[in-house]
Design a protein around this ligand. Structure first.
Ligand code: HXC
Ligand code: NAP
Length: 290
């Protein structure tokens, strides 16, 4: 099926060194795998070194190339700086940073402890800003160009109940993406974001649709195109945005959600629940009045 096919030509990312936070699992892993397939060297980083090591072995066995696993909790600036130093010592210039690591769970906001709220803010907003600042300062000091790609969500601009810390943090990441796209363009640094709709991953599904919720709230039903995303579809978009083919794209957030958020936003979109027969009846009664 074309949805599962790579889109860019072979070698499109040859010579690029790409750092993926949260690269050991889920969407980070899928994007990293495709970067590798396109010729990039990939550093994957997150808290769990055992997961990263296993993932990197599997990725290299399947796609070849070089994958370096480095443990780093993005909430800890010392760990971020040490990870960046290690990555640059081993690969030389890092050309792309994919800020993908995140933490999230559903809860009525009034039930959250201060620590629960701060934990998500710290991983998503502080973690992204710390990785961004560390990479950006180094690029600027060394007169190197670079590309940031930040993974947000569509509720970064709509907001969403029950995931309020995540919504607030992703909104911050989006604002940072757009701000730095302008401020750091003079250094040859681009910043873009992707806002994915639902893409099945163990990490997201277990925390956002725990237990029977997945049966009650089938995410595909909220999507106008009638399905959830395929990981390769996201990987194709990410590969384009980190490649030189997108050199003129800067400060953009690209939504890939099958129309999901707009469906929730349009005033009359829920009229798709009206059956054809009812439209027929309304049309007929309108005809009578004329
Ligand atoms: C309420 C919770 C909770 C929950 C944890 N906490 N889970 N509160 N509901 N489900 C509280 C804890 O009680 C604690 O507060 C505080 O949060 C920190 O919890 P820890 O377990 O100590 O934190 P930590 O080990 O650092 O783990 C972070 C985590 C965890 C965010 C809680 O879920 C995690 O590691 N997540 C990483 C992966 C992830 O979340 N992936 C999904 C991304 S999906 P107290 O007060 O008790 O100390 C995503 C998709 C968005 O972002 C869009 C979809 C369409
Ligand atoms: P995932 O597999 O749980 O990915 C999250 C990753 O972040 C994990 O690899 C985790 O690894 C890492 N991480 C968490 N806390 C960290 C920390 N403090 N420091 C470093 N790394 C940390 O879930 P996913 O669905 O693939 O999510 C990936 C991205 O897509 C996230 O930004 C998420 O918000 C976004 N997104 C997902 C969806 C979806 O439907 N799946 C939709 C919209 C947006 P460790 O546990 O090893 O640290």
């Amino acid at each position: 099926m074309i949805l599962a096919e790579g889109m860019l030509k072979q070698g499109a990312l040859k010579g690029k060194n790409i750092l993926v936070t949260g690269g050991g699992t889920g969407l980070g892993r899928s994007m990293g795998e495709y970067f590798l397939e396109l010729g990039a060297n990939v550093v994957i980083t997150s808290r769990k070194l055992d997961v990263l090591q296993e993932t990197s072995k599997e990725m290299m066995a399947e796609k070849g190339g070089e994958v370096i696993p480095l443990a780093c909790d993005v909430r800890e600036i010392d760990q971020v700086e040490a990870m960046w130093k290690d990555a640059t010592e081993r690969l030389g210039q890092i050309h792309v940073v994919l800020n993908n690591a995140a933490g999230n769970f559903i809860s009525p906001t009034e039930r959250l402890s201060t620590n629960a709220f701060n934990t998500v803010l710290d991983i998503v907003l502080k973690g992204t800003s710390q990785v961004t600042l560390t990479a950006g300062k180094d690029w600027i000091a060394k007169k190197q160009s670079g590309t940031f790609l930040n993974i947000v969500t569509t509720y970064a601009w709509t907001g969403s109940g029950y995931v309020v810390p995540s919504a607030a943090a992703k909104a911050g990441v989006l604002a940072m993406t757009r701000s730095l796209a302008v401020e750091w363009a003079k250094y040859g640094i681009r910043s873009n974001a992707i806002a994915p709709g639902p893409f099945p991953t163990e990490g997201a599904w277990s925390r956002l649709l725990p237990g029977d919720l997945v049966k009650k709230f089938d995410p595909a039903k909220k999507v106008p195109v009638g399905r959830v995303g395929e990981h390769q579809e996201l990987a194709n978009l990410a590969a384009y945005l980190v490649s030189d083919y997108s050199s003129y794209v800067n400060g953009e957030v690209m939504t890939i959600d099958g129309g999901e958020w707009l469906k929730g936003a349009g005033e009359f979109n829920n009229l798709d629940q009206i059956p054809e027969e009812m439209w027929d009846m309304m049309e007929a009664s309108r005809g009578k009045k004329q």
